[in-house]
Design a protein around this ligand. Structure first.
Ligand code: FE2
Length: 206
């Protein structure tokens, strides 16, 4: 029996910064519940990779097969990890307008911070799960992309810098169905210094 063979290592959930429990307008109860969902994606990623190690590849089939089911759902689990690691890491700040490198990129590619904020908010209202500000390395610019599930719709060769979670689990406890107010709170808690560090680390040029 031909089997899929590869090496993998289990990963563990990253711990939350203490500031995440003291956000303005996003409650500790929401963050605690949200973190549990993130831990669930980490566990599923490990479980799926464990099952892929040794799965029968001779039965691979695009209508249904164990290999297909595991590989499709792996994208959901990994998306859930990466999306939430950005989300939690870049909250806990004071919001406002970006003053560093990220602000320069935003003003260049959107015209103004206000225009970027309005565009990302609208994109978040249009998404079923996510909106991202990402840098497309081929176009050499930022753009606000819409996402639905954890694994839709990433753009190849684009690096997400801001991840706005608009799944209802991110805000229903605090805002019921008022997503727009939650998005305003999200902006108020952004930590621009963290985002600037990513822009520097990735060597995104002005
Ligand atoms: Fe989430």
């Amino acid at each position: 029996m031909a089997t899929l063979a590869f090496k993998f290592e289990e990963i563990t959930a990253r711990e939350l910064k203490p500031e995440l429990y003291e956000l303005d307008g996003i409650s500790r109860a929401t963050i605690e519940a949200h973190y549990k969902l993130y831990e669930g994606y980490v566990n599923k990623r490990n479980e799926i990779l464990q099952k892929l190690d040794g799965v029968d590849v001779s039965s691979a089939n695009q209508a249904y097969s164990e290999l297909r089911a595991l590989k499709v759902d792996l994208t959901f689990a990994i998306g859930g990890i990466k999306n939430h690691e950005i989300y939690f890491e870049h909250l806990g700040g004071g919001g406002g307008d970006p003053k560093g490198l990220t602000g320069d990129l935003i003003r260049r590619d959107f015209g103004s911070v206000e225009a970027w904020r309005a565009d990302l908010k609208a994109t978040g209202m249009a998404g079923r799960g996510w909106a991202w500000t990402a840098y497309d390395w081929d176009e050499g610019r930022l753009f606000n992309y819409v996402g639905d599930a954890q694994n839709t719709y990433p753009i190849w060769n684009a690096t997400p810098l801001i991840a706005l979670d608009v799944y209802e689990h991110a805000y229903f406890l605090d805002y019921q169905t008022d997503r727009a107010s939650y998005i305003d709170a999200f902006f108020d808690n952004l930590d621009w210094s963290t985002i600037d560090d990513w822009v520097s680390k990735y060597q995104i040029q002005k």
